[in-house]
Design a protein around this ligand. Structure first.
Ligand SMILES: CC1=C(CCC(=O)O)c2cc3nc(cc4[nH]c(cc5[nH]c(cc1n2)c(C)c5CCC(=O)O)c(CCC(=O)O)c4C)C(CCC(=O)O)=C3C
Ligand SMILES: [Fe+2]
Length: 322
């Protein structure tokens, strides 16, 4: 394998997050630039970060993943919204003589926010660095056996944390980041890809667990102005609906996230957990893939594949501003 590699470096591309209180607002300003996010929503999200000492788990998760990777080329790391910024990383890659890098993005799915925006980030960083290396994004891995196996294992462990009497009947609640419905409709080469990929991931995990359990796919972490429709139901509303139907225990499985993010440790471990507690439902949250050995091995398996073809230039277009 080694001699006919199509890449000479691996670039991990992520969202980025603040790691101290004074970084939170500048980080949020980067995220919100050119986007339509109400001020009140940003202040609310700021409070989520400050509740955790101004520190998102995402950067350390990236460092841990990189430390766990077993690949035979140099590994670089660059973010969209916080240090280390992608442009600085691409400059360093160029200085180190990298010619062509494979990009592993910490998002498994297609859509503007989860795929195209990262491609745009890479293109912008390369445009800012004369002589920048070529950078080829690895394909979506939402249904890769390594990604699925990590989530299946983590879901089994979460079920085992429930009170014994609730384990057999516990319902699986798969959750992912909500996006505007218009963005969901325009995702992928023929539309609807974001929801379709999540449906497939959820069904693969549910099947691997024996297929006997009822499951749902719901959404979380809605942003944007209230009059713009986003994917629903929201995970907390859904817990209320399940409770009304007599469900007594849930296992929330964050299939939309490859590692712990603020959306996982706040929106699920605080908000969804509080909702379940208030309703008297037993609640367990499955761990994210993080540095699960099967997930880490998946990165190496993706690199062993032939060079992937790029996404069609027309899929997952940027949303219209408004
Ligand atoms: C699909 C998707 C993913 C999954 C794919 C991927 O992983 O990339 C994702 C990941 C993430 N989103 C993150 C943080 C934020 N997202 C925001 C806002 C938004 N997200 C959106 C979508 C997504 N986001 C959208 C359509 C918006 C509206 C504004 C816009 O059109 O861009 C805002 C603004 C405040 C608010 O929430 O309103 C913040 C702070 C973090 C870092 C968390 C941490 O620090 O641990 C991560 C990994
Ligand atoms: Fe987001």
């Amino acid at each position: 394998m080694g001699s006919n590699r199509w890449y000479d470096a691996l670039l991990v591309v992520s969202f980025g997050g603040p790691e101290k209180p004074e970084d939170v607002m500048p980080f949020l300003e980067n995220v919100a630039r050119g986007r339509n996010i109400p001020r009140e929503r940003l202040l609310e999200v700021e409070a989520h970060y400050q509740r955790f000492g101004g520190r998102s788990p995402i950067n350390q998760q990236c460092r841990d993943l990189i430390a766990a990777l077993d690949v035979d080329v140099p590994v670089y790391w660059g973010n969209r919204n916080w240090h280390p910024f992608l442009t600085d990383t691409v400059r360093r890659m160029k200085e180190d003589g990298v010619r062509k890098a494979a990009a592993f993005v910490t998002s498994a799915y297609g859509s503007y926010s989860s795929c195209r925006q990262y491609l745009d980030d890479i293109a912008r960083a390369r445009a800012a660095v004369p002589g920048a290396p070529e950078i080829v994004k690895l394909p979506h891995y939402h249904d890769h056996p390594g990604f699925i196996a990590a989530m299946v294992d983590n879901t089994r462990k979460a079920i085992a944390r429930l009170p014994e009497s609730e384990r057999e009947s516990a319902r699986l609640v798969f959750t992912a980041h909500s996006i505007p419905i218009s963005m969901a409709r325009s995702s992928g080469p023929s539309g609807g890809l974001y929801e379709r990929q999540h449906q497939r991931t959820a069904s693969l995990v549910a099947e691997a667990l024996g297929g006997a359990r009822e499951w749902d796919l719901v959404w979380q972490s809605r942003s944007g102005p209230p009059h713009i429709p986003w994917l629903e139901p929201d995970v907390c509303d859904h817990l209320e609906a399940l409770h009304a139907k007599g469900v007594r225990a849930v296992v929330v499985v964050p299939i939309g996230f490859v590692s712990d993010h603020m959306e996982v440790i706040y929106d699920l471990d605080v908000e969804a957990k509080d909702t379940a507690e208030r309703l008297g439902m037993a609640f367990a949250r499955a761990a994210t893939p993080g540095t699960h050995p099967r997930f880490v091995a998946m990165v190496k398996e993706l690199l062993a594949e032939p060079e992937p073809a790029p996404c069609p230039a027309t899929c997952c277009p940027a949303p219209r501003r408004g």
